[in-house]
Write a protein that binds this ligand. Structure first.
Ligand SMILES: [Zn+2]
Length: 277
């Protein structure tokens, strides 16, 4: 079994801390077995620790890898990042998230996106072992992204948008034809385009009222009613409705009006300040 904290230490070029433990036990954070003699520290969690429900065990001992991640410097370093054994790559920008979603690095890796300051994320995040099933911890939630489905979903958004544009263009043409028939002298001003017509003239719009990068808005993932009214768009909308929360969240970084160009983030391993390790 691959443990997320071990990957984080390798990626960050960090070393486990603690002192040789007397008895065999299990890490309270990541659940990794601790053999007698392994580096470990007594569990530091007091009554103010808010992630108690996320603990893997109530063993009273934390492995040497998780002990590093509990430090303030490591907490800062691993807030929005994908961590491979080769480095730590930030995930704050959509261009960087697009890189992860579309062209992920070689697994295994651990991906986390904090939703508040200083969240404990790494040690309670399942390791991604396949490029086809990306796992990202978004704050308190675990997002699972079936990558082949996500790639298809980008296409479905596009197709629904195109169907919408075609329908609106046909409607405009019909209106223009009927106006022309009504005014043979051609002296009348053409009818103003409707809001939908104006919107449709831009790039194909995505079919959602809103896509929220934190997946917390009540409007997140709701399908637009004007799209729903177009019969040719409905097969795509039906598929988009079946996306899981992770895939819907990933789309928020991918199908914006100004689509991000995937960009590999810089490796920030080794840039952290020395702290309380
Ligand atoms: Zn651990």
């Amino acid at each position: 079994m691959i443990y997320p904290s071990d990957i984080a230490l390798a990626g960050g070029g960090l070393s486990a801390v603690g002192s040789p433990w007397n008895d065999a036990s299990v890490c309270a954070c990541c659940g990794k077995p601790i053999a007698a003699g392994d580096l470990a520290v007594p569990s530091p969690f007091g009554p103010t620790f808010t992630d108690d429900l996320s603990l893997a065990a109530r063993s009273g001992v934390v492995c040497g890898a998780c002990a590093v991640l509990l430090g303030a410097g490591a907490l800062k370093l691993f807030q929005k990042a994908v961590v491979t054994r080769d480095g730590i790559f930030p995930l704050a920008k959509d261009a960087h998230r697009a890189w992860l979603f579309l062209t992920p690095p070689e697994p295994p890796f651990v991906a986390v996106v904090s939703t508040t300051m200083q969240q404990h994320l790494i040690w309670r995040t399942p390791v991604t072992v396949s490029k086809d099933l990306l796992i990202v911890r978004l704050g308190q939630r675990i997002m699972r992204i079936r990558r082949p489905v996500l790639l298809a979903a980008i296409e479905w958004c596009e197709q629904a948008g195109v169907a919408f544009q075609v329908a609106v263009a046909a409607q405009s043409a019909a209106q223009a034809a009927s106006s022309a028939a009504e005014v043979p002298a051609g002296g009348k001003r053409p009818r103003k385009p409707t809001k939908a017509q104006q919107a449709a003239e831009l790039a194909p719009p995505h079919p959602f009222v809103e896509l929220d990068r934190e997946a917390s808005s009540l409007r997140h993932g709701v399908i637009r009613s004007d799209m729903e009214a177009v019969p040719e768009a409905r097969p795509y909308l039906a598929r988009l409705r079946a996306l899981n929360p992770g895939e819907l969240w990933a789309l928020a970084s991918l199908v914006k009006r100004n689509r991000p160009t995937p960009e590999q983030p810089p490796n920030i391993a080794g840039t952290q300040e020395e702290d309380d390790q």
